[in-house]
Design a protein around this ligand. Sequence first.
Ligand code: HAM
Length: 424
Amino acid sequence: MLTQRPRGMHDILPQEAFLWHEIEEAARRICARYGFSEVRTPILEHTELFQRGVGENTDIVEKEMYTFNDRGGRSMTLRPEGTAGAVRAYVEHKFYGGPQPVKWFYLGPMFRYERPQAGRQRQFHQFGVEVFGVADPAVDAEVIALGLDFVEDIGLKGLRLELNSVGCSQCRPVYRERLLAYYRPLREQLCEDCQGRLERNPLRLLDCKRETCKALAQRAPRIGEALCDECRAHDEGLHRHLDAAGIAYEINPRLVRGLDYYTRTAFEVVEEGIGAQGTVLGGGRYNGLVEELGGPSVPGIGFAAGLERLILALAQRRGEGASEAGVDVFGIALGDEASVELTGWLRRLRALGCRAERGFEGKSLKAQLKAADRLGARWALILGEEERRRGVVIVKDLTGGEQRELPALELESWWKETEHGTGR
Ligand code: HAM
C-alpha cells in the first residue's frame, strides 16, 4: 500500500509534464483571445451543492462522489466537476449584479469514483469554461468555437462535433412522457441499469452503450420533434451562427449528457482513435442552474474538456519519442577548480535565459558527454585545468561535433548571439 498510488489516480511524471504545460498554455492563450478570465474555486465543496447542482438522479451523485464528514461533522465532497462550484462562486460573490456576460475558465483536478479504464480515471483534470448572463445563441456558438479552437491549437484536427437540444422546463416534461410511453412496454428488453433509470430519468436511456438498449434508442421518439417554439428558435439560431463560423457539426438526437442541469444546447467533441472513452469535451446550456443554487434567474453555458483524454489522443497522433527540447548548454568541468568556476558561469548564462545543466562529482569527460547527450543538450562547455589557466573554454556543438575555443569572458556574448541566431 505504501508504495502504491490509489486506484484510478495517476502521478504526472516529469517526462509527461511538458505535454501538460503545452495544453494548459493553449487553454490560457485561447481564453485570452475570447476574453475569459480564470477562476479558482475550492476542490472541496458542501455535498449539497453537487446534489442540487449536478442532480440527484445522475450517476455522479448516486454512486461516484468522494463524500466524507469533516471534523466538524459537515458532509463535504471532492468536486466531481467544475460547473457547480463556478455557479456557487458567481452567486456568492454577486457577480450577477455587475455587467454581463461573466466569462470564466478553470483548470484543475476533479474526482469521480468510476471504474478505471483507458481515458477514465478517479482523479482526472478538466479545462472548463462558463459564461453567465446571456441567453443569446451567439454565446453558445462562441463557447463551442472556443472549445474547437482549443483542441485544434494543441494539434487535434478533424474531431467530430455532436450537437443536440435537450429542451427546457416547458417542453422536456412533454418529451419525457413520450419517452416513457415508448419505453414502458419494452421494459423487459432493457439492461438492468436502464430498467432502474426508466422512471427516474428516461432521457438517460438514450445514450446507454449496451447493444440492445442502443437498438431501442434508435427507434425512440426524438426530442427535436418535441421542442417548444423558443427552444427550436434558439437551436436554429445556433446553427446559423455555427454555419457562419464555418464550424461543421452533426446533430445527434440521442445526445443527452450525464448531468441534470442542461437546457437547450448540449454538445460533445469526440475523438474516434482513443477507444470507448472518446469524448474529449462536453458541455451545454444550463439556464435554470443559477436559480436552482440560490441565485437569480440567470442563463449560463459552458463546457469541460478532459485533459487526460486529450493527452491520450495527442500521444497517439504524435507517436512515441515526442519530448521536450530541454537543454541548451551542458557544462563539463574537469577538476575541482574548474568545477568552481563553472558554477559562476552557469549562473550568469541562466540569468540570460539559457537552459543550462552540468555534470557533477568529477566524472570523466566521456561520462559527462554521455550525460549531455542523454539530456539532448545542444552545446557542451568543456573546462579542463589547462583551459582554466589560459582563461578559455571549449564550446562543442553536440549536433555537428565541431568545437572551438572561446575566451571565457566572451561566453555571455557568445550565448546572446547563439540564442539570437537560433531565434529562441
Ligand atoms: P462531463 O461530460 O461530465 O461534463 O465531463 C467533461 C469531460 O471531462 C468529459 O468529456 C471527459 O473528457 C472528461 N471526463 C469526465 N469524467 C472523466 C473521468 N472519469 N476520467 C477522465 N476524464 C473524464 C462536465 O463535467 C460539465 N461540468 C461540463 C460543463 C461545463 N457543462 C457546462 N459547463
